[in-house]
Each structure stands twice: as C-alpha cells, then as structure tokens.
Design a binder for this molecule. Structure first.
Ligand SMILES: [Zn+2]
Length: 86
C-alpha cells in the first residue's frame, strides 16, 4: 500500500483520459483498462483493507472473460476488490 497522495498517472478508457491513481495499484488498474474494462475509481485501501476498483456494468463481459471477481455496487457500477501483494 502507499501513503495518501502517492499517485501515478495511468491512461483509462473512460473518456480517454489520464488520471492519477494510488501508485501501488497503478499497474493493476492500467492492465484492467488495457483489457477493455472501464474503470471509474479505485483505491488501494491504504492498509485499511482490500483494494477496490469501481467498474461500469457494461464491462461485465470483460470482467468475466478475465476472471475478475466483482459484486454489485450501484445501478451503474460493480466493485472489484482484491488483496494487494507486498
Ligand atoms: Zn497504496
């Protein structure tokens, strides 16, 4: 995990933007986007629990294809949570 404010820039599919994300999960979330998954927000958990990525529901087929676990989050979003490796 990283301290609050330790971020790296990644390229996300959503509106074709560059965004700052927690540095320790930057590669992981970039890979999700590279696999065609639309991520909306993410957090590494900062040592307080699992890392979390919010994903648009329309990416569910890609989530299944790449075997990411997920749960319902809201009308539009699902949540993928995962354990960070040290
Ligand atoms: Zn972190």
């Amino acid at each position: 995990m990283c301290q609050w404010g330790t971020e790296r820039i990644i390229h996300v599919i959503d509106r074709d933007r560059h965004v700052a994300v927690d540095a320790c999960i930057a590669d992981y979330v970039q890979e999700m986007n590279d696999r065609g998954i639309v991520t909306i927000a993410c957090c590494c958990g900062h040592g307080q629990g699992l890392a979390s990525v919010l994903v648009l529901r329309r990416s569910i087929p890609e989530m299944l294809r790449w075997r990411y676990a997920f749960e319902n989050y809201s009308l539009d979003l699902i949540e993928h949570r995962f354990e960070l490796e040290d």
